[in-house]
Every structure is written in structure tokens, then in C-alpha cells.
Ligand binder design. Structure first.
Ligand SMILES: [Zn+2]
Length: 276
């Protein structure tokens, strides 16, 4: 079934696994991720950022997922990094089952207020909401300083907003890492000890397998992978063209890109379910 993140993430901590969330950009990445989910028979979250929605149109991606989905395993269709109530509403109208509202650039009370507004719109419709507290580095941030999520603030935030999951800042960054990142696994543990709300790790592309396993063990329930999938798609596209230099029909060289996305996604799914 296509369900909300709340349902997908419900048993993660007890089960010792995390659900990977894959950012898709086109038909080929949707096909690759769905094939990976079918082959591994494990739940996945398929998500898009607002920039992708501006590129292809809000109704397009959920329509692709819904028409290609075969019924198993459970998946959700999620908005990643929604910036305002309007885009969350538009995605819900387009068939998304889960939305993220990212108010992390606001002050604490502003973030609570904005997030609560989205929760009030989404929950009556059965739609899950992810909030963000603290800062995650990389391209989606304007500030250069990374602020780790405070335990007491996380407790107050989930209590006041009623979010279904919470993205926390523990040293990860979006995009490609320069050097080895330091991830505060102990901070994940401290937050998980205080709140039952599933915790989300952004910016996981480029983290070692060991660090990802440690983060899941510490209490992370959802892990976002965007860069890694985009790299797999682009590598497959280049290979497909190199192997078929005379081809002009995209259906000849794009299957290689689907294959590379599927392989990358399968590897990630198995990693996230390693201790399940
Ligand atoms: Zn993110």
C-alpha cells in the first residue's frame, strides 16, 4: 500500500532498521527505486524536493509513482524540505502521503508555529508531517555554522507541534562531503532516549556504512539519500551512451541509468535493514 511515513516508520526503532528515503528526479529514478523496493521487499520512501517540483510540475512525480507501483512492499510519497504551507497543501492535493515542513531557518517559536500550521492541515487528512530542528549543512542552508539539535528543544518541539518525525542536526550535510564528516551519534542516542517520535537523518550520501549502522542503532528511523542516487543515474547515463555511441533513441541508453539507480538503491536498502 501507499501509506504515510508515520506508518512506515512505526516499528523501525524496535525492529532495528531504518527506512531509506530516495530523492527522485525523473521516470528513470522512479523505476530504479521501485524495482529496488520490489527486489528487496522492504519499504521505501520516494521523495522530491521543491526544486524538482518546479522543474517537472507538482502532479507529475506522484502520478508516476502511483501508476508504476504494483502494491508491494509498502511505500510512501513524501515532500522533502517543503518551505511553506502552500507547497505542502499542493503536494497533498497531488497525492503525497507525507510532507516535510522545514522551518529550521526560523527561530524556535517561528519553527514551532509554521510546523504546527502544517500539522493542523495534514493530520485531519491522514497525512504525515516531518519537521526539522537544528541545522543540516550543505546547499539547502544559508548559514555556514552547523547547530546540533538540543535534546530539551527536541522534546519541546515534538510536544508543541505533534510532528510524526523529526529531522535533527547531528553533523551531516547535504551534497558531497569535503573530508570525513564527524557525526554526533551520542546526540542521536540522547534525543532518542527522550522522545518516541521517529528521528530522521538528512545528508547520508557519503557517510560510511559503519556510521550509518551506528546512527540506526542510536535511534535513526529514516535516512535521506539524494546525491548518491543522482550520481548513480548520471554514471549509468554516461555508460549507456558510451556503450551505444550511435544510438539516438533514449530507450536504448537510459536502461543503464535505471539499472545503476536500482543497484545503488538496493545496496542502501540492505544497509538500512542490516540489523533488522
Ligand atoms: Zn535534507
Amino acid at each position: 500500500m501507499i501509506v504515510g511515513n508515520k506508518i512506515l516508520l512505526e516499528n523501525t526503532r524496535r525492529g532495528g532498521y531504518a527506512v531509506p528515503a530516495f530523492n527522485v528526479d525523473n521516470l528513470e529514478s522512479v523505476l530504479g527505486v521501485l524495482h529496488a523496493a520490489e527486489n528487496t521487499d522492504r519499504p521505501v520512501i520516494i521523495q522530491t524536493i521543491p526544486r524538482t517540483l518546479r522543474y517537472g510540475g507538482i502532479p507529475v512525480y506522484s502520478a508516476m509513482v502511483r501508476s508504476l507501483y504494483k502494491g508491494n512492499p509498502d511505500i510512501s510519497i513524501h515532500l522533502d524540505h517543503g518551505g511553506d504551507v502552500g507547497i505542502c497543501k499542493a503536494c497533498i492535493d497531488a497525492g503525497y502521503t507525507s510532507v516535510m515542513i522545514d522551518g529550521s531557518a526560523l527561530d524556535f517559536d517561528g519553527n514551532v508555529g509554521l510546523t504546527k500550521q502544517v500539522v493542523d492541515v495534514a493530520h485531519p487528512l491522514g497525512i504525515s508531517v516531518e519537521g526539522e530542528l537544528g541545522t543540516i549543512g550543505g546547499k539547502e542552508e544559508t548559514q555556514s555554522e552547523i547547530k546540533y539539535t538540543e535534546v530539551s528543544e527536541a522534546e519541546e518541539f515534538v510536544l508543541r507541534t505533534g510532528v510524526d518525525s523529526l529531522a535533527i542536526g547531528v553533523g551531516t550535510a547535504h551534497g558531497v562531503y569535503k573530508g570525513v564528516p564527524h557525526i554526533a551519534v551520542d546526540r542521536i542516542e540522547e534525543i532518542a532516549a527522550k522522545i518516541n517520535t521517529p528521528l530522521v537523518l538528512h545528508g547520508a550520501s557519503g557517510l560510511s556504512d559503519e556510521v550509518i549502522i551506528a546512527c540506526i542503532k542510536a535511534g535513526i528511523s529514516k535516512i535521506n539519500f539524494a546525491t548518491q542516487l543522482r550520481q548513480a543515474f548520471t554514471q549509468g547515463l554516461k555508460e549507456g551512451i558510451a556503450e551505444n555511441p550511435e544510438a539516438f533513441d533514449p530507450k536504448v541508453y537510459l536502461p543503464k541509468a535505471i539499472q545503476r539507480v536500482r543497484e545503488a538503491a538496493e545496496k542502501i536498502i540492505l544497509l538500512c535493514n542490516k540489523n533488522a
